[in-house]
Design a protein around this ligand. Structure first.
Ligand code: ARG
Ligand code: ZN
Length: 880
């Protein structure tokens, strides 16, 4: 079914409003593209020769020489916001036509022929940060998904792979560093100007093109690959950031080695650059040999980066590095296949981080993201399969579904095929498709063929939107065997191939671990072990073996959950059992008396975790955390956000009060022995657990002073920020103003923009009266700017997504505030606006009054004159 949610009027409004405004006088069209419509192009592009003549921040001339081969017929190229200066084919002028989104030559000569165009672009005016743009006076590019067409006319789609030669020329004082993909093959100086030429020997699609020109500092290192080649490694950023680049370099070298050890994949160019810029829409970009990163995913020093930040840098550097094989050497045929490279690469970076940090803690962090964000997206009108069927703005589909659910789908291959079988499949995939642009079906075929396993049904995971549910409808011992009946459903769609890791748990621990493959709608499985009279509890979906919702009918009893929590050796099931116990209590409060005392089983479980020194500290910290707002919201119809926030708050306070002594003891036990900063899993775990205890203790008498003292004694960012985040929600505390101010002053003095972002975010999340006014005031702060996405998101997105009580304020002020922000930022940066619009995605799940207010906000945004296709797509889909 074609999903034509774009009302014709809205689409027209869009076109006319935008049409005249662009420099080229062109308008982009809000056209829905379908996966089923894929067609190969009439021509190939054998080689791309680009010359960038950088005149100033606001003027760059791009000369492009493209050699077209094969085919015949009209040549239609993509182009956006380009000022065409000249056009020739084989050196001669030809007839051409500028179309709303590019250029058309109706009758080109027989191929091969060379098209030469010269365009002028304005990087400084490029506030959407797609294409060539300016960041702090330096120039950089972002081309995925469709930014290359904003640099020159091209077949801007991933199945067009070509060899690139690039020359960059600029003023040598303003832009001392010139970089592009591949190896530098020449350079020179000409008066005030200098130039450099680069050749990338590998064929690549346009989305992997990159260029950087600016005044940057760097660190340098080398890596010797497994075949003995020396690779020079560089990490670049603005000069004042150079002291914070070592961790990224360490992360890069570790990833390079890991991909060799785990997958036998080695790096293929002589040089690898990472450039960190402060204005960036996403986390980072895997451009061949020249990754461009958001500073938030590169910079790390103990005084400015939390343990979570260090982990993010490690994971994102690895992610972009791993793309060199899963993404660059083998890329996507079309953007519907995005999960081919992203799901796979997220899986690879998750596995890497599991091995480098703590496997169980990392797995739980990733499962939390799936269950709070991805399940929420699936429960909204934006729900889509990991391989979407249509899009208007591709940038809207860089989602937690394509990325994180996509990674879970890859993980299921590994579960079904085993570590060795999965590796065989990967080897075959790279062997078959190196240098090609392929589909998710090609990946599945490689996995199937390498293992002689029929994975036909597995395609359903790529087709179906929504979170499947698995119900355990019968369980127990029959004829000396433990049996389970599992029933799957996903809104009437065909059954999926679901790997379910299972075991039986009793006080002695877990036994009979096995893998059930559920392929029918319903099936009875038997554990491969004779069972005696022991009171076994089934431990299912171990390691979260499939991205599904599991439930038991009848539900597991409190005692059964306690048994899993106490005796299971699977970290996920163990943690999840505590979470389920806690969820029941919070939801009971929500439905009933908010001030009813907490049941003993929860308090006892909480105390048991606090006193169980044998378990890993990070896992203890994650067990102590209550399920978050979004995860709990999925359990409720006609959601009343205030009541849910109250229920969470009352449960936290109840636990803190009941377990004060245990919290204090654990807090004291986790105190660091000395000031040495370590990033090993044990040290990170201690800080994590100690700061979790602090969060509970901060709710009690004396909590403010404790936070103040914790802040004063802190020697690293994890310990500085934890108390300030708690104090931010306490307007009456003296320590609040003092600590927030000290936090800001230090960051300001040291020019630490990322720390200033944290300072903004802490306040935007604060749960206290007048929150909306406070956030509005933050927008007036001299350090606030809406042209830097990190800064904007630190205030606005943090409020919309991290402050549910006040975003969902009953008078609709939170919604108005965010809707206004969406409309104003959309004019500058549609990707940022569209992402923020997702904050309204769950509107149908709310109680009638909020539902109405949220729908009105969406409708108001939708009719805004000149709305971008990005935001129009999100709000239109949300309203369907
Ligand atoms: N490929 C990048 C990554 O490593 C993300 C690029 C997303 N870009 C965008 N405009 N949506 O995941
Ligand atoms: Zn990626």
């Amino acid at each position: 079914m074609r999903f034509s949610f774009l009302l014709a009027t809205a689409a027209r409004a869009f076109q006319t409003a935008r049409g005249g405004g662009l420099r080229s006088g062109l308008s982009m069209s809000a056209v829905e593209k379908f996966r089923a419509d894929y067609k190969s192009l009439p021509y190939g592009v054998e080689s791309v020769n680009l010359n960038f003549d950088i005149k100033s921040e606001s003027s760059t001339y791009v000369t492009s020489k493209l050699r077209f081969v094969g085919g015949g017929g009209p040549l239609e190229l993509d182009g956006e916001d380009l000022k065409l200066v000249s056009l020739r084919v084989d050196g001669e002028p030809v007839e051409y036509e500028l179309t709303p989104d590019g250029l058309k030559i109706a009758t080109p000569p027989p191929a091969p022929f060379e098209l030469e165009t010269v365009v002028e672009i304005d990087p400084k005016a490029n506030t959407q940060l797609s294409g060539l743009y300016a960041s702090s006076g330096n120039l950089c590019t972002q081309c995925e998904a469709e930014g290359f067409r904003r640099i020159t006319y091209f077949y801007d789609r991933p199945d067009v792979m070509s060899k690139y030669t690039v020359r960059v020329e600029a003023d040598k004082d303003a832009y001392p560093v010139l970089l592009s993909n591949g190896n530098e093959v020449g350079k020179g100086v000409d008066g005030d100007r200098h130039w450099a030429t680069f050749e990338d020997p590998f064929n690549k699609p346009s989305y992997l093109f990159a260029l950087v020109a600016g005044d940057l500092g760097h660190i340098e290192d080398t890596f010797t690959t497994m075949s003995g080649r020396q690779v020079r490694l560089f990490v670049w950023s603005e000069h004042h950031n150079v002291g914070a680049l070592d961790w990224a370099m360490h992360s890069l070298k570790t990833s390079m080695k890991w991909d060799e050890d785990r997958y036998g994949r080695e790096y293929d160019l002589d040089v690898y650059h990472i450039v960190a810029v402060s204005d960036f829409n996403m986390g980072a970009m895997e451009n061949k040999g020249l990754n461009v990163f958001n500073t938030a995913c590169v910079l790390a020093k103990e005084t400015t980066a939390t343990d979570g930040d260090y982990e993010r840098v490690l994971g994102v550097v690895a992610h972009e590095y791993f793309h060199n094989w899963s993404g660059n050497r083998v890329t996507c045929r079309d953007w519907f296949q995005l999960t081919l490279k992203e799901g796979l690469t997220v899986f690879r970076d998750q596995h890497f981080s599991e091995e480098l940090t703590s496997p169980a803690a990392k797995r739980i962090e990733d499962i939390r993201i799936i269950r709070s964000s991805q399940f929420t997206q699936d429960a909204s009108p934006m729900s889509h399969p990991i391989r979407p069927e249509s899009y208007v703005a591709m940038d809207n589909f860089y989602t937690v579904t394509v990325y994180n659910k996509g990674a879970e789908v890859i993980r299921m291959y590994r579960t079904l095929l085993g570590e060795g079988g999965f590796r065989k499949g990967m080897d075959l995939y790279f062997e078959r498709h190196d240098g090609e642009a392929v589909t998710c079906d090609d990946f599945r075929a490689a996995m199937a063929d390498a293992n002689g396993k029929d994975l036909t049904q597995f395609e359903e995971w790529y087709k179906q939107a929504g979170t499947p549910t698995i119900k355990v409808t019968e369980r127990g011992v029959k004829d000396g065997a433990y049996r389970l009946t599992l029933t799957q459903s996903n809104g009437g769609k065909p059954p999926l191939h679901v790997p379910i890791k299972a075991a039986l748990v009793a006080p002695g621990g877990a036994v009979a671990e096995t893998l059930f493959e559920l392929t029918d709608e319903s099936k009875t499985f038997e554990f491969p072990m004779a069972v005696n009279g022991e009171p076994y509890v089934p431990s299912l979906l171990r390691g979260f073996s499939a991205p599904v919702k599991l439930s038991f009918e009848p539900p597991l009893s409190i005692a059964e959950l306690e048994s899993l929590a106490a005796y299971d050796d699977d970290a996920f099931v163990k943690w999840d059992s505590w979470q389920q116990l806690a969820a029941r209590v919070v939801l009971d409060k929500y439905h009933g008396a908010q001030d009813a005392p907490l049941p003993d089983y929860l308090v006892n479980a909480f105390k048991a975790t606090l006193t169980n020194g044998d378990e890993e500290s990070s896992l203890r910290a994650y067990s102590l955390d209550l399920p978050d707002y979004s995860t709990l919201a999925l359990e409720l119809e006609d959601l009343d956000p205030t009541k849910l926030c109250d229920a969470l708050k009352a449960t936290r306070l109840g636990l803190a009060t009941a377990a004060r002594a245990e919290l204090e003891a654990c807090y004291a036990a986790m105190a660091p022995a000395d000031d040495t900063f370590s990033l090993d899993a044990a040290a990170v775990g201690r800080r994590r657990l100690r700061n979790t205890c602090l969060a509970y203790l901060s709710k009690l008498d004396g909590g403010d002073a404790l936070c103040g003292a914790h802040f004063d004694a802190a020697t690293c960012m994890s310990d500085s920020i934890a108390p300030v985040a708690q104090l931010a929600s306490k307007p009456d505390s003296n320590d609040r103003a003092r600590c927030l101010e000290a936090f800001y002053d230090k960051a300001k003095k040291n020019q630490e923009d990322l720390v200033i972002n944290k300072w903004f975010a802490i306040q935007a999340m604060a749960d206290c009266d007048g929150a909306i006014d406070n956030v509005s005031k933050l927008l007036e702060h001299p350090d606030f700017t809406d042209t830097n996405p990190n800064r904007f998101r630190a205030v606005v997105n943090t409020f919309a997504l991290g402050n549910p009580r006040h975003f969902h304020s009953g008078d609709g002020k939170g919604y108005d505030f965010i809707a206004d922000q969406i409309c104003s930022i959309d004019k500058k940066n549609p990707q940022v606006a569209a992402r923020l619009s997702n904050a309204f995605g769950s509107w149908r799940r709310y109680e009638p009054s909020r539902r109405d207010l949220m729908r009105q906000a969406l409708e108001r945004i939708k009719v805004t004159a000149g709305l971008s296709k990005d935001t129009l797509e999100i709000v239109s889909r949300s309203l369907v």
